[in-house]
Design a protein around this ligand. Structure first.
Ligand SMILES: *[C@@H]1O[C@H](CO)[C@@H](O)[C@H](O)[C@H]1NC(C)=O
Ligand SMILES: *[C@@H]1O[C@H](CO)[C@@H](O)[C@H](O)[C@H]1NC(C)=O
Ligand SMILES: *[C@@H]1O[C@H](CO)[C@@H](O)[C@H](O)[C@H]1NC(C)=O
Ligand SMILES: *[C@@H]1O[C@H](CO)[C@@H](O)[C@H](O)[C@H]1NC(C)=O
Length: 469
């Protein structure tokens, strides 16, 4: 019974409140219209009052203010998220995503947009954007918090809004989309987002691939991806605070990238229950430095044609170097944390070209990469084939080079058409050259051993490996 009476009390209170507030608002209304018979007196009074108030009508007449507010509300203009005028230069300048807004540029940082800010004149970012197939059907606008567009939902907290030309599934592409937010957070008191809004060409995306999801979670905690399907229907939704990234790592400087990848590595190791500092200095029974060589294999496209032969070559070279331990891992079979663990325990990774190599970022800095391509890539793939050279540079690794299977005679159906021809070869398997692989392995193993021996004699520098955020 006490619960019920409390309930009744509450509803009575609410009744009283609502009736008193409706009285208040009706009082306010009745004060405005002047009866026509007393019009002249009314105008006189108004003028007198205006003079007395030093010409500040808006503070005295709520209707004038609310008129003004409703005009502001109606003047909020939504523009398409994807601006087709920039179709041919979608990767340059402002990009076609929110094309009317300029990025904030700070030395060495990824370019970003922040709302509300001085440059947005205190306005919030609003998005009406649940279309998943056509970015021109989604739209954005800026609005003052006091005059959000009608039926807008205000989403509180910090929102990370990303637009990528690529996707949030592929390891390489996904991590390049996430990295600038890690950089922004590092610089801004390690702030964590309440939600993510993901776009590709202005089209809404409602998930990240598992690996991307996990690395994001490792950095920022629980990942909530906004789908614009809450109580506010398809929107608009306005964000209390929003950071927008639309160039991936873009203009981020080399040092900044290294910090971001240090952070990604450190957080992933903690997330997976490993020591953030890695395995430290590992020596074998004879006190010699341990060198861990990992063959990171894949199945299907771009797998080794004869994995057993490749394993034999590397195993033989490894056996000839004091302290060398070899492991063969099948990348598809590893969970996110298994991948982090394998790579934390790797000094040299041997792997065919593919997204699995993005895992290199979990190795200690200055670890080594040996990459292998099927035929056709050197001749036809263009700069994209250097993606893992860039990844190595960003994450502070040593890419020791690539081996390309030679193309020889072009066997593609239409040898004149390079693109068609590349698509023909792209997902082929990777052969091997025993002599070349053995010599290369020997060189890299000896380099790693030498550098480990040098480090062993140097006094170990006490380096803090605690994650910065
Ligand atoms: C964006 O930058 C361009 C070129 O610097 C400038 O002309 C334009 O006025 C800027 N737009 C806004 C909205 O600040
Ligand atoms: C990785 O993310 C998936 C969902 O994308 C989730 O099911 C899984 O539990 C995550 N792994 C860890 C270790 O949290
Ligand atoms: C977007 O929202 C509208 C209104 O709620 C709904 O009818 C539509 O199906 C949604 N579109 C997508 C792609 O979810
Ligand atoms: C294999 O590699 C060796 C050493 O680089 C080279 O001399 C030889 O021509 C290569 N063999 C083939 C078939 O390409």
């Amino acid at each position: 019974m006490p619960i019920l009476s409390h309930h009744l009390d509450q509803s009575r209170v609410m009744e009283i409140q609502s009736s008193s507030s409706s009285r208040a608002s009706s009082k306010r209304k009745s004060a405005i219209p002047c009866p026509s018979t007393k019009l002249i007196i009314c105008i006189f009074l108004v003028l007198t009052v205006l003079i007395l108030l030093h010409m500040q009508p808006s503070s005295f007449f709520p209707s004038t203010k609310s008129n003004f507010m409703s005009k502001l509300r109606d003047s909020v203009t939504f523009l398409p998220l994807k601006d087709l005028r920039f179709t041919n230069t979608a990767m340059e300048g402002n990009t076609w995503f929110m094309s009317s807004l300029n990025d904030t540029r700070e030395e060495n940082e990824a370019e970003y947009l922040y709302f509300p800010s001085e440059s947005s004149k205190g306005r919030l970012l609003c998005i009406k954007g649940n279309d998943t197939e056509d970015g021109t059907k989604n739209s954005y606008a800026l609005a003052w918090p006091e005059c959000l567009p009608d039926s807008a939902t205000l989403l509180s907290g910090l929102t990370f809004v990303s637009d990528t030309y690529y996707d949030y599934e592929n390891l390489w592409h996904g991590v390049s989309a996430i990295a600038p937010f890690v950089g922004w957070s590092l610089k801004n008191g390690c702030s964590k987002p309440t939600r993510w809004v993901l776009f590709h060409w202005g089209e809404l995306r409602d998930r990240m691939g598992t690996w991307i999801h996990n690395i994001t979670q490792a950095n920022f905690g629980e990942v909530f991806i906004e789908r614009f399907s809450g109580e506010g229907g398809d929107g608009p939704y306005c964000f209390e605070e929003a950071v927008v990234m639309r160039h991936n790592v873009g203009k981020m400087g080399k040092e900044r990238k290294l910090h971001v990848f240090d952070m990604l590595r450190c957080k992933a190791r903690l997330f997976c229950g490993l020591s953030p500092g890695g395995r430290g200095k590992e020596v074998n029974r004879r006190g010699q430095p341990v060198i861990r060589l990992t063959l990171l294999m894949r199945r299907g496209s771009r797998s080794f044609k004869d994995p057993a032969a490749v394993i034999t070559v590397f195993a033989r070279e490894c056996a000839m170097v004091e302290g060398c331990i070899m492991e063969v891992s099948q990348s598809e079979d590893l969970s996110f944390c298994d991948q982090v663990k394998v790579m934390t325990n790797t000094d040299i990774v041997v792997s065919p070209h593919g997204a699995q190599l993005t895992n290199m970022l979990f190795m200690d800095r200055n670890s080594r990469i040996m990459e292998f391509f099927p035929k056709g890539w050197l001749e036809l793939a263009g700069v994209g084939q250097y993606a893992h050279h860039w990844m190595a540079e960003m994450s502070g690794m040593d890419h020791t080079g690539s081996w390309w299977e030679t193309l020889g005679e072009k066997e593609c159906p239409n040898p004149q058409n390079d693109l068609e021809c590349f698509n023909f070869y792209k997902d082929g398997q990777v052969g091997h050259n025993e002599t070349y692989f053995a010599e290369w392995a020997r060189t890299v193993l000896n380099q790693v051993r030498t550098s480990k021996l040098e480090k062993k004699t140097k006094r170990s520098q006490a380096k803090s490996n605690v994650c910065k955020c």
